[in-house]
Design a protein around this ligand. Structure first.
Ligand SMILES: [Zn+2]
Length: 331
């Protein structure tokens, strides 16, 4: 991505190495201890986000008020995400899950200026995301999934045994919420302080959005009584205004970077999903001469360049996974 501007004090990169326990890792993301439940092979965080104890899974990372994990699903991978369903223990339950899934997919696909597109795929094909009955889930955790640990959507959504009592309207909400997690959204009401590594707030959204579909399960059905689970029809208009603006900011149809003068300096903005990385390298040029050193920054989609003197500025944003610099990307 190339646009115009500057920054002169490189910031130390956040560590990408998690050698301690999964629990320590979850806490490092900013989650509170009292929102983490040990369910044997995995931890369930804020009601429905799974973190596996097995080392193969321990680097699952949550994203950014609308909050996103980082990495989130990369923009180039979200326009054709297939979703399948395993058979549930009885026909009526299966049919409600199918109907709820199709409704959730339609809601996601209906978002404007959002490249995310889910495709329901019945039959034996191997889908990108498989929705299955997960009998290991607690009876108050109706749905669960992971946030991306790589740069593609996570691959499973589990529905607990109590989900057999949910209506299509409730499943519509629940599956729309879980699909959001699969591409990187965490909870709008995330209880941590937001300072965790790889947990960022979408800058286009306010602090607190009671209408968000992405508020955590504690408000949406952590009780064993299935009637406590929200219905899609409880959300006037479905996704909230800020859910929608976050979706457009993170996964725009036409990705672009901008560099604008805000009076005190320059705002550099880009879609984080453009890069498969939790960090980016930013270079700033004034009159075609680089200003300061390369800067390694969190891939939040926003960087303020504290330069305010006259000149012609250009900025370049590059993927920086693991400190390895990749080719310059130009939007
Ligand atoms: Zn959730």
């Amino acid at each position: 991505m190339v646009v115009s501007c500057q920054k002169d004090n490189p910031i130390d990169p956040p560590s990408n190495v998690y050698s301690n326990s999964t629990l320590d890792y979850i806490i490092s993301l900013g989650y509170s201890n009292d929102r983490i439940v040990d369910v044997g092979k995995y931890y369930l965080v804020e009601g429905d986000i799974k973190f596996w104890k097995d080392s193969n899974h321990k680097k699952a990372r949550p994203i950014q008020r609308a909050r996103i994990s980082s990495p989130l699903a990369q923009l180039s991978t979200v326009d054709n995400i297939t979703v399948g369903i395993t058979s549930f223990p009885n026909t009526a339950w299966s049919q409600r899950v199918i109907d709820g899934t199709q409704a959730a997919i339609n809601s996601w696909n209906g978002l404007s200026n959002c490249k995310v597109n889910f495709i329901y795929t019945p039959g034996p094909a191997t889908p990108d995301i498989l929705i299955e009955h997960d009998a290991t889930l607690p009876l108050d955790a109706y749905g669960s999934t992971e946030v991306p640990s790589t740069c593609t959507a996570s691959t499973f959504i589990g529905l607990n045994t109590n989900s057999q009592y949910l209506s299509v309207d409730q499943l519509h909400f629940l599956i729309a919420h879980e699909l959001s997690h699969t591409i990187g959204f965490t909870h709008t009401d995330h209880q941590g302080d937001g300072s965790g590594v790889n947990s960022f707030v979408v800058r286009t959204t306010p602090d607190g959005d009671g209408a968000s579909v992405m508020n955590s399960g504690i408000y949406h059905g952590v009780f064993t009584n299935p009637t406590s689970v929200k219905k899609w029809s409880d959300f006037a208009g479905g996704f909230s205004t800020y859910d929608r603006s976050a979706s457009s900011f993170l996964f725009p149809n036409s990705p672009d970077a901008t560099l604008t003068d805000n009076g005190a300096g320059l705002n550099l903005v880009w879609p984080p999903s453009y890069f498969c990385s939790s960090e980016v390298i930013i270079e700033v040029y004034k009159n075609n001469v680089q200003v300061g050193a390369n800067s390694l920054e969190p891939n939040t989609g926003f960087f303020f360049i504290n330069l305010n003197d006259p000149g012609s500025y250009r900025a370049e944003v590059q993927d920086a996974r693991g400190g390895t610099r990749t080719a310059l990307i130009t939007l």
